[in-house]
Design a protein around this ligand. Structure first.
Ligand SMILES: Nc1nc2c(c(=O)[nH]1)N[C@H]1C(S)=C(S)[C@@H](COP(=O)(O)OP(=O)(O)OC[C@H]3O[C@@H](n4cnc5c(=O)[nH]c(N)nc54)[C@H](O)[C@@H]3O)O[C@H]1N2
Ligand SMILES: Nc1nc2c(c(=O)[nH]1)N[C@H]1C(S)=C(S)[C@@H](COP(=O)(O)OP(=O)(O)OC[C@H]3O[C@@H](n4cnc5c(=O)[nH]c(N)nc54)[C@H](O)[C@@H]3O)O[C@H]1N2
Ligand SMILES: [Mo]
Length: 760
């Protein structure tokens, strides 16, 4: 297939028109996209009261393909009543993520009991009754509560409150598989866990680092900002083992000039090995100090620990740094020189930084490098974790975490006059392991796809299979509903954000709180997440208790509580009258002085880890393609990487030769936990030698369960693999794993291999 040499552009525009047809016309889709609701996909913070497709700096129109896909999915018709009679659970297991998503909106509660083989519709009363009974039989410590990052602040706050009052801190969200390392790393250095700057600061920086991310595909609207930086003569340094097309050249669809001629994004593109960033960042820091370009006055006045760190850096040899990063000394020096010249520098990063066994150290090393030249605590500079889900940050702010911040814990107790459990709660991977051990019996998932996002997919399916009951609140079907089944599985259909009966709020990655109006429900049947949680709480907990759960079924009442409990959220108290969206106080740092106990940043010293698999090993990253949103794959082709199918492994041509493989050869890919095949070998010049790329979620059978000790995040990007020729299929012929969304409807796509999870 034809590979594009630029991101964005005409394919994005044509795509909009195609999607409009699916949504029942351009005007219908336009109206939906312009409604006053925060965008549903990434956390850049579009929409809200300024109207859809408007960013925090007021620019319009800002739209991306993924937001269209998400909207069209929400606008589809209801899943037909006979659908669940026609397709058994075993058949649903053979559906592709896209086929599941496009099976229609869920409008009735569904129940699948082990042994039945089918989902069957049940009433809301029946569904809630079963959940209530189960929760009354179990002890709270036998339950867990998982949240995705799409739900509102109000729903997130209410459910975590309910779980804790019920008696457990087993409350966690998808951030443990995403940006947890950013929160932990930033907090350990600065005492604050989110971006230190505003969107307009990024716009005015003269150097922006983009480390371990592909925003051209995953946060396309950030590309407008990077375009502005370049047009004003600034630099963008991209650090990524893969040369991602859209990070080299991108056509911003809302800009005619850029659309026609493209905009150069990276002024410098550096390719470390997977997991080589810590050594690379240490090398850059070492060189900046050698150049004398560090800001001693700032370091002495506003940081602790920098001299120890500088000493450690000077002891690293260039040999070690070059070997462990995969980047030459000359390139490292060139980065340091550009950084030394720049006056206003922003460091941004995503999953290539956090998805490692040393993800927290990676984040700390980025913060160290920024502090070295005083680039935190001044305007137009700072640290920017580019968030994933549209409200993953807000969910965390309002208390969806196993351990509450002290201030929130105290205020929750005082506000409601309650005593909260103090037993430690489990992180997400901890819950899966506890389920596997039989210590947990019940799971409740507010959105997301816990099965599909997990490492070691086979283990995850078995672990969830040991639960008595698993409850999913979702808008559409996903692979979790087919593979992540407990003895009793219940799916509760919920309203999408723009169908909520009351306004809700979300928090962007720039710490800006947006107000979404909601809107008319597209279907009868689904309930709002808030209503479902409030109904459940009323039935499970003593109605004579201190909390009026009925009253908390009102989003405005929840906002009143959040305003009093969550620091920085005070303006929520009057937002229903003022409709004023706001910046969260205490999160933006334009002056040095940080919320650590002594007000100074705490510079951390690290050792440099060996590359996974050693210098000669083969490391695998599992990443997103252009045509998917997390576990939901909309299209098989990956436009920017020029790939037409997903059952492939991208290898540098030198590795293909070194391993004695051939282009197009069918192989089995093995890791310490699983094997996947047949997989096609695709030589790909743009990936650095020694490193390989496969697609998430299909490759999750290969991801080991070990996590970063500090953030509990699995190393989704650094998996040691071996490749061997595929064993012949049952008929003596090696068959490729089915191709996915582009495959003919008669040949449904498998999650991996044969409709069941593949053998290890
Ligand atoms: N279209 C689309 N948009 C999305 C999503 C989606 O699925 N589809 N998901 C949303 C979510 S939840 C998230 S978290 C974000 C994710 O956004 P990203 O983090 O951009 O997504 P990934 O595909 O995980 O890829 C990360 C990038 O890291 C690079 N990388 C891998 N390993 C390393 C490494 O060791 N070092 C460095 N420096 N780079 C490395 C890869 O080459 C790749 O370019 O996107 C959000 N937006
Ligand atoms: N190998 C590998 N694994 C990974 C990653 C990787 O890069 N590699 N990335 C990780 C990352 S960054 C993340 S964030 C996780 C993703 O983990 P999750 O957030 O758990 O998964 P998603 O696929 O985003 O969830 C999609 C589902 O959300 C539901 N949904 C959509 N909108 C709504 C709504 O408004 N309300 C409700 N209740 N439900 C809704 C839909 O039913 C849809 O099927 O996966 C992680 N897993
Ligand atoms: Mo994410």
């Amino acid at each position: 297939m034809k590979q594009v040499n630029r991101g964005g552009g005409w394919p994005a525009v044509l795509y909009t028109l195609r999607k409009a047809r699916e949504a029942g016309g351009l005007i219908r889709l336009w109206k939906a996209m312009r409604s006053k609701n925060a965008c549903k996909t990434c956390a850049l913070g579009m929409g809200g009261q300024s109207g859809g497709m408007v960013n925090e700096a007021g620019a319009f129109p800002e739209v991306c393909k993924k937001s269209l896909q998400a909207m069209v999915s929400d606008m589809q018709g209801a899943a037909r009543a006979e659908f669940f009679e026609t397709y058994s659970v075993a058949q649903l297991q053979a559906f592709s993520p896209r086929e599941l998503e496009l099976s229609g909106r869920l409008t009735q509660p569904l129940l699948a009991k082990r042994g039945d083989g089918y989902y069957r519709p049940i009433t809301w009363d029946d569904a809630l009754g079963r959940i209530v009974n189960k929760l009354q039989q179990l002890t709270p410590a036998e339950t867990f509560w998982y949240f995705s990052g799409r739900s509102s602040n109000e729903a997130g706050f209410l459910l975590q409150l309910f779980a804790r009052v019920y008696g457990t801190n087993n409350v966690n969200n998808c951030s443990f598989y995403c940006h947890q390392a950013s929160g932990v790393g930033l907090s350990s250095v600065l005492g604050t866990g989110t971006a230190t700057l505003l969107l307009e600061d990024v716009e005015r920086a003269d150097l922006v680092f983009v480390i371990g991310g592909n925003p051209a595909s995953n946060h396309p609207r950030l590309m407008t900002t990077l375009k502005h930086v370049r047009r004003r003569g600034g630099d963008v340094i991209v650090i990524n083992p893969v040369v991602e097309t859209g990070m080299v050249n991108f056509s911003v669809p809302s800009d005619p000039w850029s659309l026609l001629f493209g905009t150069k994004i990276a002024s410098m593109y550096v390719q470390p090995h997977i997991g080589g960033d810590l050594a690379l960042l240490a090398g850059v820091s070492k060189r900046v100090i050698e150049l004398g370009a560090h800001d001693v006055t700032f370091l002495d006045a506003h940081t602790d620990g920098w001299r120890d760190w500088a000493q450690r850096l000077s002891a690293f040899t260039w040999d070690e740094i070059v070997r462990k990063s995969g980047v030459t000394q000359a390139e490292i020096e060139a980065i340091a020189e550009r950084y030394a010249r720049a006056k206003q520098v922003v460091f941004s990063w995503t999953m290539g930084v956090t998805h490692h066994a040393h993800g927290v150290q990676n984040v700390e090393a980025i913060a160290n490098l920024a502090l070295l030249r005083g680039m935190v605590g001044r305007p137009h500079s700072g640290l920017l974790p580019i968030r994933g889900h549209s409200n993953v940050q807000g969910i965390g702010s309002v208390g969806v975490a196993p351990r509450l911040k002290e201030a929130v814990f105290e205020r929750l107790q005082n506000h409601f006059g309650i005593t909260l459990p103090a037993t430690p709660g489990l992180d997400t991977m901890g819950c899966i392991e506890a389920a596997a051990d039989g210590r947990l019996k019940f799971g409740y998932c507010l959105g997301g796809n816990l099965f599909g996002s997990n490492p070691d997919a086979r283990f995850a399916a078995d672990a969830l299979g040991r639960l008595d009951m698993l409850v999913y609140l979702n808008t559409t079907l996903n692979t979790g509903h087919a593979h992540g089944l407990a003895a009793e599985t219940i799916i509760l259909p919920v309203l999408a954000r723009d169908e909520e009966p009351q306004a809700t709020t979300q928090e962007s990655m720039f710490n800006f709180v947006r107000l979404s109006d909601g809107g008319p429900a597209r279907h009868a049947g689904p309930k709002s997440e808030i209503e479902v949680i409030s109904l459940l709480a009323r039935q499970v907990l003593d109605s004579a208790g201190p909390i009026d759960w009925h009253a908390l079924g009102d989003a405005r009442a929840l906002r009143q509580a959040i305003a009093r409990i969550v620091p920085g959220y005070e303006p929520l108290e009057s937002i229903d009258q003022t409709r004023r969206e706001f910046q969260i106080a205490g999160r933006t740092f334009h002056q040095p002085g940080f919320p650590t106990p002594n007000g100074r940043a705490q510079i951390k010293t690290h050792e440099l880890p060996e590359l996974a698999g050693g210098t000669d090993g083969l490391r695998l990253m599992t990443v997103r393609s252009e045509g998917q949103f997390n576990t939901v794959v909309y299209e098989d082709y990956d436009l920017y990487r020029g790939q037409d199918r997903r059952d492939i492994i991208l290898l540098n041509p030198a590795d293909v030769a070194r391993l004695g493989l051939a282009a197009g050869q069918r192989v089995t890919v093995r890791s310490s936990v699983g094997a996947l095949g047949p997989i096609l070998v695709r030589p790909y010049e743009k990936i650095k030698q020694g490193n390989a790329l496969m697609y998430y979620p299909e490759a999750n059978v290969l991801v080991p369960r070990a996590t970063d000790p500090a953030s509990k995040t699995p190393a989704f990007k650094s998996i040691v693999i071996a490749i061997e020729p595929a064993a012949p299929g049952p008929h003596g012929v090696a068959e490729p794993a089915a191709a996915g969304a582009g495959a003919p409807a008669a040949a449904p796509v498998r999650l991996a291999g044969s409709g069941k999870l593949p053998a290890c």
